[in-house]
Ligand binder design. Structure first.
Ligand code: FAD
Length: 351
């Protein structure tokens, strides 16, 4: 195992922000991941598991513990089950599955990061979530230092949530995922943007056409990573869509000066687009605060306009959240994970 020291983390994140990791290990197989955990434990250091850094805000001070970058590679197919190593690029896997004629993840095209990152926040977009296809997640259980397999039913998937980012945060390192896909499937075109895109089509689009449409729509919204485009230096949506009781929504609408859309959510709750709240609180696309700002194409994407510090992004995040709370009584929840000096406990995956 090669352990590097003082490795700058900014290049490992899509925001391009963050100080160094005191210790840095590439986890290229299950043994090296285990060794990195042991290395941290022997020195009582905190541990952080890094995927593609696309849902991450790293502090300017960096991280004083051990960062293990998940770099396990390989895709195996057994019938309609694709066994994908956690370090595989997610978007490449989507393309791989589609080329083989398998559907179920075509609407998740263009999402950056690793396959291992997808179960963590139950990645979702344009009418699909990975929980719709995940059959099993292989993990290193840090409580017992043993590898094992978690069936999807035990992963607690819901909107942007799983046991990996809630009840069992920091306990598991994901090393492999089984996705159960559908052979010769028709694409899911339930999302309004996709319906609109294909409204003049008489025949059913192919999976590849659906994925291409998703990528094009994402590009228009600055939600596709394209080299050199400043709107791309983000961590995706910075705020989750709030899920609140219907009564809270009704009370809010009564006081609002403009319409606020709403969508049904499980257990009688409703989901409100965070973008609407942010816009109505006075933050528009292209808003700038120092070197941090809001994407010119997406209200929810906070961006690094060039040379931004984590402190600047945090200041903008907090200003938006406080203004929305004052205006609507709703506390927006940040989506990206924060990695700072205080994150993590000895040999856990950080927060
Ligand atoms: C332009 C852009 C668009 C995006 N669009 C979407 C979208 O449409 N929908 C959506 O859901 N997300 C979206 N995201 C967010 C992000 O891409 C996903 O959350 C992605 O799955 C994160 O994976 P990652 O490998 O980059 O994880 P990282 O950012 O490296 O890590 C995120 C968290 O997951 C943990 N983690 C990562 N890998 C593992 C592992 N193997 N085992 C245990 N824990 C792990 C980390 O410790 C950390 O807590 C977008 C981001 C960007 C930049």
């Amino acid at each position: 195992m090669l352990v590097r020291e003082q490795v700058p983390l900014a290049p490992y994140t899509t925001l391009g922000i963050g100080g160094p990791a005191r210790w840095f290990v590439e986890g290229t197989d299950e043994e090296s991941v285990l060794e990195a955990v042991r290395f941290a434990r022997e020195r009582s250091l905190p541990l952080f598991v890094l995927g593609g850094g696309s849902n991450l805000l790293v502090s300017d001070e960096g991280f004083p513990g051990v960062v293990v970058r998940i770099a396990l590679m390989g895709i195996e197919q057994n019938g309609n089950v694709f066994r994908v190593a956690a370090g595989e690029n997610w978007d490449n896997f989507v393309t791989h599955a589609i080329v083989k004629g398998f559907g179920g993840i075509e609407c998740l095209a263009g999402i950056p990061g690793t396959a291992g990152g997808t179960p963590v926040q139950n990645v979702g977009a344009y009418g699909q979530e990975v929980s719709g296809t995940i059959a099993m997640v292989r993990v290193l259980d840090l409580n017992h230092l043993k590898y094992g397999e978690l069936p999807a039913a035990t992963c607690g998937f819901s909107y942007r949530r799983s046991i990996f980012n809630t009840t069992h945060r920091g306990r598991f390192v994901v090393t492999r995922i089984d996705y159960k896909l559908r052979n010769k499937a028709f694409p899911v075109l339930s999302y309004p943007d996709l319906k609109r895109y294909f409204r003049d089509r008489k025949d059913t689009p192919t999976l590849a056409e659906a994925a291409a449409a998703v990528r094009e729509i994402r590009h228009e919204k600055g939600m596709l990573l394209v080299e050199g485009e400043p709107d791309c230096r983000s961590a995706g949506s910075f705020f989750k869509n709030p899920v609140v009781p219907q009564a809270q929504y009704d009370a809010m609408v009564a006081k609002a000066s403009a319409p606020i859309p709403v969508f049904a959510a499980p257990r009688g709750m409703v989901k409100i687009p965070a973008a609407t709240l942010v816009e109505q609180a006075g933050f528009h696309k292209g808003f700038a605060m120092g070197a941090a700002g809001i994407s010119s194409r997406h209200t929810l994407a906070l961006i690094n306009r060039g040379g931004a510090t984590a402190a600047e992004v945090v200041a903008l995040r907090d200003l938006i959240a406080a203004t929305v709370e004052k205006r609507f009584g709703i506390r927006l929840e940040a989506e990206p994970v924060w990695l700072g000096p205080e994150a993590g406990t000895p040999a856990t995956t950080g927060r």
